[in-house]
Every structure is written in C-alpha cells, then in structure tokens.
Design a protein around this ligand. Structure first.
Ligand code: ADP
Ligand code: GN1
Ligand code: MG
Length: 370
C-alpha cells in the first residue's frame, strides 16, 4: 500500500461512512484542495458516493474557522432553500461530521480533511459547452448572493486576508519581481511590463470601496464555472460549491471571476493565445443571468461597475499566476513547469481584449440595468 493510501485509510476510518468501500479515486480539477471520490456499496441502496477533501492548509491557514464558516453558511442556505420549497440535499453542500462530531479530521501528519455528501447527477464544467449552462451558472451565483443578502457578514472569518484586494496583490507582485527568487523574471518581461503599466486597474475597486461606492456583501469570491454544479437532467445550476472563500467582498468581483473563466473563448491554460478572446455573446448571457439571479439586490452603481469587476478580476488572476510563477509555483497546483505562465498569458490577453471591447461591455450591461 502506498503512503497516500495508508493515510486515506486512516482518514476514512475516522468517519462513520456506511457500507463497503469499493473505490477511492482523485476527483475533479480544482487548483487548491485534494479531492477524492469515495464509493460505498450499501445493500438495498446501491452505490453511495462521498466527497473527501484534504484541505490546503498552506493556503487556508485556519481550517477550523474555515469549517465554521461553511457550517454556518450552509445551515443558513438550507433554511432559505426549504423556505423556497427547494431541495436542501441538492442545493447546498452537506458536511459529514467525523466520529467525534467534528466537521473535519486532523490526521497523524496534521493535515485537515473534510467530507461532503456527493451531489449526484450534476456536473461542474471546466468549459462552457452551451450558452444555457453559462446562463444557469450566472443565475446560481446571483441567487447565492441574494440568498445570503441578510447573512451577518461580520460573523464570517476572513479565510484568506486581502483575497481580492488587488491593490495589495499588486504590491506582492512587485516584491516577487524584485526578489525574483527563481531567476525567471528576465524571460517574462513583456508580461511584467503589461501588469506594471496598469497600477490604476489594481487600485480602482479598492478606491471605490473605500469611497463607499460599492457595498461589502457576503460573496463567494471564487466563482469559476466548475464551482457550480449543473443538474444533468434539468440543466439548472443547482448548487454552488467550493465555499472556502465565502467572505465579505464585492458582488462585482463574483461577476468578474465568472467572466474571466467562462466568457473566454479558450481554456485558462491555452497556449495558443490567438484562440483567446472575451466573447461578447457569452458576456451578455452571463450578465443577464447574474442580474436576474441577484434579484434586485444590486445597486445601480454596482451594476454599472460590472465590466470593471470583469477586468479587475481577470487582471488580478493573471497577476496572481505570474506572482506564483516568479515565486516558484507554491500556490496553484501545476501540471508542468510553465503552467502558471501559460495561465497568466491567457488572463493578460483577456484584459487586453476587454480594453478593446470596453464600450460594448458597458452597452451590454446598461441593457440589463432596469
Ligand atoms: P478546489 O478548491 O480544489 O477547487 P472544490 O471544492 O471545488 O475544490 O472541489 C473540486 C471538484 O470536486 C469540484 O470542481 C467538483 O467537481 C467536485 N465536488 C466538490 N464537492 C462536491 C460535491 N459535494 N458533490 C459533487 N461534486 C463535488
Ligand atoms: C483557484 O479552487 P479553484 O480551483 O476553484 C483559486 C481562485 C482562482 C482560480 C484560478 C482559493 O480556484 O482564486 O481564481 O484557482 N482559489 C483560491 O483558476 O485561491
Ligand atoms: Mg473549485
């Protein structure tokens, strides 16, 4: 048995999963946690799947507080879903407690693990296959925000300080360029230059927020398409997952992060940049869905700032990928040495494309600002 399997066996033995374990495989394509799909055979019930995750404590330094956030937010969502005659088993995550009644297990190597009911017959897509899926994801992320509109934001732990403080991220980027611990800066001067020329983009939202122009809300903060599960039968966006970064934040950042990922005409790590654009049709599809999903909760100022959310989140993400590349790839999981650089390049290409399409983006948004 490999060390990893030995560890998995230890972890699994600390949960009260019912039935006979028939498989345990790595699952999904997240960049942060290690996710496993466990399958249990239970007589009369057939195969029952479970999600087991090793939480990334290199990134989430306070896993206990993080799980407290998730328990509280999912309990709140569960009540709202029931009030709306929804199905709380499919429409929000259900944490499985360990044998001691805790929402995590700390293993013999001090790593933290958690388990969720697996939401069956639903898919988290890595790319937009049809407009309707993207629209459904927009509705789901918008609805997530509207359901949490009266959640007491100040009670949430900040799981990653300054997560979308682009101003702070800009400073971290500059320090990474300066230190250049891997000697990689000389090969990415064009990308570095592109970012350094746009300090205004890094500052704009922090400045608007400080000026009271954008309200702080409970936001998801990681609204990639694959963080919403789409029902395989009804094709509705049923469940928003990956709740590690639910914190007080800006609604327009939730919008923007979805655009940078889902409205791109290529994969986040596409090497052929000629394939990368921000698709204005998809931008419109998402804009319509998100505004509808938010159900009147967004202010006029927020709606007008949606294009800015898209540009800033894309810029921030490109800068984060390049920072990680310069720092030796310690944050995002990579599959090959230049992976973070390829990811950075698609994001910067998207920013440049958004700059060209700026007027169109604003026109589209104003069409839905009623
Ligand atoms: P990461 O932070 O690494 O992105 P996620 O929490 O998003 O981790 O999980 C990784 C993937 O696992 C998701 O994209 C999704 O496909 C799948 N997944 C996570 N939780 C569930 C769940 N409760 N039911 C079904 N699939 C899930
Ligand atoms: C990470 O966890 P995942 O893969 O959904 C990251 C996001 C980035 C994204 C880029 C906690 O998201 O902020 O936008 O990768 N999550 C964290 O693909 O840093
Ligand atoms: Mg994820």
């Amino acid at each position: 048995m490999t060390k990893e399997n030995y560890l998995l066996k230890e972890v699994i033995s600390h949960f009260d999963f019912v039935g006979t374990l028939i498989s345990c495989e790595p699952y999904g394509s997240g960049h942060i946690n290690d996710t496993f799909l466990l399958e249990y055979k239970i007589r009369h019930m057939g195969v029952v799947p479970i999600i087991l995750q090793r939480m990334n404590t290199n990134i989430f330094k306070q896993p206990i507080e993080l799980m407290e956030n998730i328990l509280n937010v999912t309990a709140f969502l569960r009540e709202k879903i029931i009030e709306n005659n929804g199905d709380p088993e499919r429409e929000t995550l259900t944490v499985i407690l360990n044998k001691q009644g805790l929402p995590f297990y700390k293993d013999s190597h001090n790593q933290y693990w958690r388990a969720y009911h697996f939401i069956t017959c639903a898919t988290g897509y890595d790319e937009v296959k049809c407009d309707e899926d993207f629209y459904q994801s927009a509705l789901a992320f918008g609805k997530f925000q509207s359901l949490l509109a009266d959640y007491p934001a100040q009670t949430l732990h900040e799981t990653i300080p300054d997560f979308h403080n682009t101003k702070v991220r800009f400073e971290v980027f500059k320090a990474a360029v300066e230190k250049d611990i891997c000697g990689r800066a000389k090969d990415v001067l064009t990308e570095i230059q592109f970012i350094l020329e746009r300090e205004d983009v890094a500052n704009v939202l922090t400045d608007m927020q400080n000026a009271g122009k954008l309200p702080l809300r409970v936001t998801h903060n990681d609204t990639k398409l694959n963080n919403v599960l789409i029902d395989d039968k009804t094709h509705q966006g049923i469940c928003v997952i990956d709740l590690d970064t639910v914190m007080p934040g800006l609604a327009i950042n939730d919008f923007g992060d979805s655009i940078r990922f889902g409205a791109s005409t290529g994969a986040e790590d596409e090497k052929d940049l000629s394939l990368i654009q921000c698709d204005m049709h998809l931008f419109e599809v998402y804009t319509k869905g998100f505004i509808e999903g938010c159900d009147g909760k967004l202010t006029d100022e927020e709606i007008k700032a949606l294009p800015l959310g898209a540009k800033v989140m894309t810029f921030e993400c490109g800068m984060r990928f390049l920072t990680d590349y310069l720092q030796g790839d310690t944050y995002f999981k990579i599959k090959y040495p230049e992976h973070n650089l390829d990811r950075c390049r698609t994001q910067l290409k998207l920013v440049a494309d958004m700059e060209k399409k700026w007027d169109t983006m604003n026109e589209i948004v104003s069409k839905y600002n009623k």
